[in-house]
Design a protein around this ligand. Structure first.
Ligand SMILES: *Cc1c(COP(=O)(O)O)cnc(C)c1O
Length: 394
């Protein structure tokens, strides 16, 4: 199959929801990807933060292959061991009490929203239902998580929404205090590093104050760790570096290492809010996805692995800063979640030029190149990527 034929077939058979790059990926190994024509790339995308262990990771492939031959799906009408193993690993290493498995980030966030609303309704009655999120946030594409997303451009054409969301200016303590004073607020949800809108780490003082106010007012604090979770920032969850303990946290992207799975983790206080019949999903925690998650957690959730992510992230950012390129206005991030602000007029041009040099990267917001390499990337591969950036950036 040649690229142009495939592109034509895609155009005819798939809805035009995505602006795709003109590359058809065929296979990968480690941090390398290969297209249909056999061109090699260094992958700084990880399928948008998913392939934490890179491509074709032996232990992960073996685990998936073995589980596929044994039992893939059982439904939540039965007990299965991989699901319990994966939940125990998530709870044990975070201090959270219980887990609910879903299939995507948006679905995990929906679960958090439902728990917050039920907790509040049970305790305070039906008028305390509002969920605060932040401006420039991203929480997903379902109707409720779209409304939770604090960016108007995603909302157009999809009204009416469910209602019950309001948006706080990210980083503004004044706005935060004012809006958390609203007696209708049941929860506050935030990404600690705003990913889609430009890789913007929140000020820890802002996050800590939000968590403190939430505790004081019995508002649930929800950390959306769909992108930052599972080792991406150098700790299993990013909140472990922000000095807070959320009531609820979601994860998805990297959890299955490439197999779709999401999860909600609940602290003791809210671990039993959902009761039989309140929530569910057919595929959630199925043996195949859970076996993948169990293996990813066994590998990623090790002090040496996480320290290595942190160190390589620092190395990557230092190397880019040392290029001293005028076109790179800012380098920011944590661990291997890195944003290079280059300006709205340059992002697409630079991404295309990097592709020609065998480096795949992402866009975030309007003006930022986003790097989410596999967590197993080597320093040599980082050096190769930086050399390409040295050629491309002015
Ligand atoms: C990707 C992402 C989501 C949505 O996850 P899906 O799996 O695409 O539904 C939600 N929140 C954050 C922070 C994300 O990065």
């Amino acid at each position: 199959m040649d690229f142009n034929t495939l592109k034509k077939r895609e155009n005819k058979s798939l809805m035009h929801t995505y602006g795709r790059f003109d590359i058809a990926l065929d296979h990968g190994k480690g941090s390398k990807l290969y297209d249909l024509d056999g061109n090699e790339y260094i992958d700084l995308t990880s399928g948008i933060g998913v392939n934490a262990l890179g491509h074709g990771h032996e232990a992960l492939v073996t685990a998936i292959r073995e589980q596929a031959g044994k039992l893939m799906q059982a439904s939540n009408l039965f007990y299965t061991e991989p699901m319990v193993d994966a939940a125990e690993r998530l709870a044990d290493s975070t201090g959270m009490a219980k887990v609910f498995f879903a299939n995507s980030g948006a679905e995990a966030n929906e679960g958090m929203i439902k728990i917050a609303r039920k907790y509040s309704a049970d305790k305070y009655g039906p008028s305390r239902t509002k969920i605060l999120t932040l401006k420039n946030s991203f929480h997903g594409r379902t109707v409720a998580t779209l409304e939770a997303t604090g960016q108007d451009k995603f909302h157009q054409n999809f009204y009416p929404f469910t209602g019950g969301f309001d948006y706080v200016e990210a980083g503004s303590l004044e706005d935060l205090k004012r809006m958390m004073d609203d007696p209708a607020v049941a929860g506050i949800m935030m990404e600690l590093i705003q990913g889609e809108s430009g890789v913007r780490p929140l000020d820890p003082a802002f996050v800590q104050e939000a968590a403190r106010l939430a505790r004081e007012k019995d508002i649930l604090f929800m950390a959306d760790e769909v992108q930052t979770g599972i080792g991406r920032t150098g700790s299993l969850f990013c909140w472990q570096q922000y000095g807070i303990e959320p009531d609820l946290t979601s994860c998805a992207k990297a959890l299955g290492g490439g197999v779709p799975i999401g999860a909600v983790l609940a602290a003791d206080k809210v671990a039993d809010v959902l009761e039989p019949g309140d929530h569910g999903t057919t595929f959630g925690g199925n043996p195949l996805a859970s076996a993948a998650a169990r293996t990813v957690l066994d590998i990623v959730d090790q002090p040496a692995f996480l320290a290595d992510v942190k160190e390589k992230g620092q190395y990557f950012m230092d190397r880019i800063r040392n290029l001293n390129k005028e076109s790179v206005q800012d380098v920011r991030g944590l661990g291997l979640m890195i944003g290079l602000q280059v300006g709205a007029d340059k992002v697409s041009e630079y991404l295309a030029a990097l592709q020609k040099k065998g480096v795949l990267a992402l866009k975030a917001g309007t003006d930022t190149i986003r790097l989410l390499p596999p967590l197993i990337i080597t320093k040599e591969e980082i050096d190769q990527a930086v050399a390409a950036m040295d050629d491309v950036f002015e």
